[in-house]
Design a protein around this ligand. Structure first.
Ligand code: GTR
Length: 325
């Protein structure tokens, strides 16, 4: 009887150990609207490899690309409530929730994507990141989303006057609605996944985005006129749910943070190559790229700044971004 009990205990112990071994790896789910291979998707996969290596396999990341977990606005709610652990989205859809994110989402606030990278990975980016914490997420790092320009199905945009009477899709943020209005057009906010058919069926006359999105979402097939006015340089943001972050030890938090920063360096390299490849691809497919004089577009943005940059804190952020080299 005693022997039996000992055997039973040993069996139970073995079973318990195998459960521990099986649950020793925590799998974190991450969302991205872009297809597999896109620089943000690849950067998050790289982050996953790094944390798997640096935690000896205790953590692993599964990236759900191509909006498998939903459109950005929905996945933002999922990561805030801890339904998913990680999310890579644009800064734009956070504008209503985190006031600080309005600043890097302002038209022409950055001089170039390089200027944006330096600012966002420095102290100003860290300050903006703080604004997210009371909304259930921790910013791990920022990625490059390039510069966004208008593209249209019928008439190309050469000057702001060409926007008169045009309906253009923008991301879901009031800043972008007011930006298009300031140029004389009408903006229609809608999820990214609906843009292709909206242009194709004439619900909108065009949209605005960077070359990689214009290419990989197929928008170049339905809007051939790409006007390089580069009105927005909106950073991409990679966030973790605060619920998942708080479960990490301080040592693991440091590993995650460093892996995220390392993944930004990787994303920047992949991004530059993708911009060049996408531009070459759309041009070969018949897109016509024109380079309008940017000054009238910049001048038209004054009402947008007047409306959104009223708080002294945001005014100070704008001034410091503009002064940053
Ligand atoms: C892309 C960005 C996406 C998404 C999309 C959009 O450039 O990477 O996160 O915001 O634009 O226009 O909705």
């Amino acid at each position: 009887m005693f022997q039996m009990t000992k055997l039973a205990a040993a069996t139970l112990l073995a079973a318990a150990m195998s459960v521990t071994a099986a649950s020793a790896q925590t799998v974190l789910r991450s969302s991205d609207t872009h297809p597999d291979g896109y620089p943000t998707v690849e950067a998050v996969k790289y982050f996953g490899q790094l944390i798997e290596e640096r935690t000896a396999g205790r953590y692993k990341v599964e990236v759900y690309h191509s909006a498998q977990l939903g459109q950005e606005a929905d996945t933002i709610e999922q990561v805030r409530s801890g339904v998913i652990d990680l999310n890579r989205v644009s800064m734009g859809p956070w504008n209503g929730l985190v006031p600080e994110t309005q600043v890097p989402s302002l038209p022409y606030v950055f001089r170039s994507p390089e200027h944006m990278r330096g600012v966002m990975l420095g102290d100003i980016g860290a300050e903006i990141a703080k604004g997210f914490e009371q909304h259930g997420v921790v910013v791990l790092t920022y990625y490059d989303g390039g510069s966004r320009s208008f593209y249209t199905s019928k008439k190309p945009i050469e000057t702001p006057a060409d926007l008169t009477g045009m309906k253009l899709r923008v991301m879901q943020s009031d800043i972008f609605v007011d930006m298009v209005a300031a140029l004389g057009g009408t903006a229609t906010p809608m999820p990214y996944g609906e843009v292709y058919s909206a242009i194709q069926t004439g619900v909108v006359d065009g949209a605005e985005n960077n070359f990689p999105s214009y290419d990989t979402a197929g928008h170049f097939e339905v809007a051939k006129n790409y006007s390089l006015d580069e009105h927005l340089i909106v950073p991409e943001v990679f966030v973790m749910s605060k619920a998942a972050w708080d479960k990490l030890t301080p040592e693991d938090q440091a590993i995650f943070k460093q892996a995220a920063i390392d993944s930004s360096a990787k994303q920047f390299e992949l991004w530059d190559a993708q911009v060049a490849a996408s531009r070459a691809k759309v041009e070969a497919a018949g897109s016509v790229i024109n380079t309008p004089d940017k000054q009238p577009f910049i001048d038209a943005m004054k009402p947008v700044y007047d409306k959104y940059v009223t708080d002294p804190k945001l005014q100070d952020l704008v001034a410091r971004i503009q002064a940053a080299s």
